[in-house]
Design a protein around this ligand. Structure first.
Ligand SMILES: Nc1ncnc2c1ncn2[C@@H]1O[C@H](COP(=O)(O)OP(=O)(O)O)[C@@H](O)[C@H]1O
Ligand SMILES: [Mg+2]
Length: 248
């Protein structure tokens, strides 16, 4: 099992959209995929068509040390499974130990069941993020293609590398993922060049274009590729999935 962390300390940059739509494509490509939703806002479930809140989820398991298989739900989408969040779970109840998730995953033998695990994270750097960093092989950092989205990317990467080097020196950055990109805006093209200069061209993934259908698919409770594969957003996440599979 390869684990990919989707992270950025900013909210509204496309982390959850990326978690859901990238996972859906990986599932459609034949990989068995588990999404772990570490954000207590529990948004991933809505994108996968689960409207009601779950009785339990990953946050509770930090406390109960329950077998994670009991908490995993099959989705209506090919090869795609969800380990949900517990909505509004009080983070201060979670022990300051960054190996808890690693132990839960090992005990539940998830590595034998899933090919790929995608972790959606909250926009905070707390004990949840350290736990996720500790078990991840790779990270993707979605960044909104706008000036304010770029301010702080460098600072974020510094913190990212410092934390990562403490809990998991093997963690590899797959890349910055520009989101909500509009090719016809010269500012957006400039911003992509700006990020490429800052972090190196090989560290910038192919951008995800702006597509309102990505928001609509969330409301419909389906990944965009299950609405219509011809939508821009679907094509872009398909390209991303292919790009990533080559790198794993
Ligand atoms: N490529 C895109 N084009 C248009 N809207 C997008 C795109 N990616 C995300 N969005 C929208 O932006 C908002 C924030 O996205 P979300 O994935 O929830 O961000 P985060 O998880 O980082 O907070 C949502 O309303 C989502 O539908
Ligand atoms: Mg989110």
């Amino acid at each position: 099992m390869k684990t990919i962390l989707i992270t950025n300390r900013k909210g509204g940059v496309g982390k959850t959209t990326t978690s859901v739509n990238l996972s859906a494509w990986l599932g459609q490509m034949g990989y068995t995929v588990l999404i772990i939703d570490l954000d207590t806002q529990s948004h991933v479930q809505y994108g996968l068509g689960f409207a009601k809140s779950f009785k339990s989820g990953i946050h509770k398991a930090f406390e109960t040390k329950q077998n994670l298989n009991e908490l995993i739900h099959e989705t209506s989408f090919k090869n795609l499974f969800l380990l949900p969040a517990v909505i509004n779970y009080p983070i201060n109840k979670i022990k300051q130990d960054d190996r808890q998730l690693a132990r839960l995953i090992r005990r539940s033998r998830l590595k034998d069941t899933f090919d790929i695990c995608i972790i959606d994270t909250p926009p905070t750097s707390d004990i949840l993020l350290s736990n996720a960093l500790a078990i991840s092989d790779y990270a993707i950092v979605p960044v909104k293609t706008e000036f304010l989205g770029l301010i702080g990317v460098n600072q974020f990467l510094k913190i990212f590398y410092t934390t990562a080097s403490k809990v998991n020196p093997k963690l590899e950055l797959l890349g910055i993922l520009p989101t909500m990109y509009n090719k016809s805006m010269s500012e957006h093209q400039d911003m992509i060049k700006f990020i490429e200069k800052k972090v190196g061209k090989s560290r910038v993934l192919k951008p995800i274009r702006n597509d309102i259908k990505l928001s609509i698919s969330f409301l419909e409770g389906k990944p965009i590729s299950y609405l219509d594969k011809r939508y821009r957003g679907s094509k872009d996440y398909e390209k991303l999935a292919k790009q990533i599979v080559k790198r794993l």
